[in-house]
Design a protein around this ligand. Structure first.
Ligand SMILES: O=P(O)(O)OC[C@H]1O[C@](O)(CO)[C@@H](O)[C@@H]1O
Length: 428
């Protein structure tokens, strides 16, 4: 992973090289804290140990019974689904991958009706084992399997914490069970059983994912100028401190669209604390040049744009044309056009004083994804250290869970009363 912060300097909000140089002393302190916490396997920080603590052989052994699958369905939500989805949507495989990470009945029915459940491996993923959406979807999937005459215990494995409903279910029905690594929050768990099991069933080189992550870990250093991950974490933090409260995250590869979704949870749930944080806006290049770029260039001076691309990709030529005014496109390639648009957009943002950062990997392959995923996790932790945040917790999400549970008769919660007491002003 390479991080180019040249265009992050001198924009509006303004960040100067002197300011970054001054911040670098804090980055050195953050690095020391991070490496000590990694060595002590502290909660959350131990996520950065996964390149060597994850056990790809154990993962492959656990999913071996599903090697005949034509599809793998991950039932989870948040970090328990987005890591697997990032890898499956970025890489090609003969084994299809699907994710149920919402409780939209029409979508769930459409998906289940489309699957041959007798040939689908179902991975139910929940660290807590109590997440309403995941457990509800599992019950629906199990019912669909039974209606299809499929022995669900033959097609299902779980990935969960040491206790809870899924652990009990696995023990009761002797299901293969993978352990969610202890002390690793869901949004930091992609480089573990949580993100790698489905990838293993799809035949992806999970060892290469971990090798890419290990390479990025080896680049962590006591200066932002020596570590691509810290360069990104420190620059985004410094810009946020100066008013860039939105981070438009814009990969120029369809295969990285879900990666942007994964990044959004990592950034929002880790850094949105005590009135601080930086809103991740998911975008896609070149498509969003024709939708959101207007705001990025000419809207409030409250954002940075992160541009991500592989420097190598398979390409496809554009046929010659005699269409008036389009002949310049003929004989080019789609990849050349995409790169021209990337660089033009980057320059366009800079010309409009919108700070932007370029992140590049060689290719969207297992190794490149490992670099990106680890790099963003380390960047996020660096930002959290600099901002003195509680990076690894997410207390604010609990209010809504209690309210929903109360509305469903799952207990007495004051939050549910607040829902019932909504002020209404309906305009029809
Ligand atoms: O793996 P679990 O416990 O089902 O949690 C799923 C997701 O829900 C959250 O806990 C937020 O509610 C995320 O942090 C997590 O990734």
């Amino acid at each position: 992973m390479h991080t180019d912060i040249g265009n992050a300097l001198g924009g509006d909000p303004e960040l100067t090289r002197d300011a970054l140089d001054e911040l670098d002393a804090d980055v050195a302190a953050a690095h020391e804290r991070i490496t000590d916490a990694m060595a002590d396997r502290e909660f959350g920080y131990r996520s950065l140990n996964l390149p060597e603590t994850a056990d790809p052989d154990a993962i492959r052994n656990a999913v071996a019974p599903f090697s005949d699958s034509e599809a793998v369905l991950t039932v989870g939500i948040g970090g328990s689904a987005l890591g697997a989805a990032t890898l499956s949507n970025a890489l090609e495989s003969d084994v299809d991958a699907y994710v149920l990470d919402n409780v939209d009945p029409e979508h769930t029915t459409r998906l289940l009706d489309s699957l041959d459940l007798s040939r689908t491996a179902v991975n139910v993923v929940s660290n807590s084992g109590t997440t309403a959406e995941t457990l509800s979807n599992f019950l629906v999937v199990r019912d669909a399997m039974e209606r299809a005459g499929v022995d669900w215990t033959e097609r299902t494995f779980v990935t969960t914490g040491p206790e809870g409903n899924l652990r009990s279910l696995a023990e009761k029905h002797d299901l293969p069970a993978l352990d969610v690594p202890e002390g690793v929050p869901g949004r930091f768990s992609v480089l573990s059983t949580v993100g790698l099991a489905a990838a293993a069933i799809q035949g992806h080189d999970i060892e290469a994912v971990l090798a890419g992550a290990a390479d990025e870990r080896d680049r962590l250093a006591g200066s932002l100028y020596d570590s691509p991950a810290y360069a990104y974490g420190a620059t985004t933090y410094a810009l946020a401190e100066r008013g860039a409260l939105t981070n438009a995250f814009m990969p120029y590869a369809e295969s990285l669209e879900t990666f942007a979704e994964w990044f959004a949870q990592l950034w929002a749930e880790s850094l949105g604390k005590d009135g601080q944080g930086q809103t991740p806006a998911r975008a896609l290049g070149a498509t969003d040049q024709h939708s959101q770029l207007q705001l990025y260039r000419a809207g409030p001076r409250d954002k940075l744009v992160t541009l991500v691309r592989p420097t190598e990709r398979a390409d496809r030529g554009i046929p010659e044309t005699d269409l008036e005014g389009l002949s310049y496109l003929g004989g080019q390639s789609l990849g050349t056009l995409l790169d021209a648009e990337f660089e033009a957009t980057e320059a366009s943002l800079t010309a409009a004083d919108c700070p932007n950062v370029r992140i590049e990997i060689d290719r969207v392959d297992e190794r490149g994804l490992g670099e990106l995923l680890f790099g963003m996790e380390a960047a996020c932790i660096c930002y959290g250290e600099l901002a003195d945040l509680s990076t690894f917790t997410q207390p604010a999400v609990e209010w809504g869970k209690k309210a929903a549970r109360g509305l469903l008769g799952g207990g007495e919660f004051a939050e549910a009363d607040a829902v019932r007491g909504k002020d209404r002003l309906v305009v029809e």
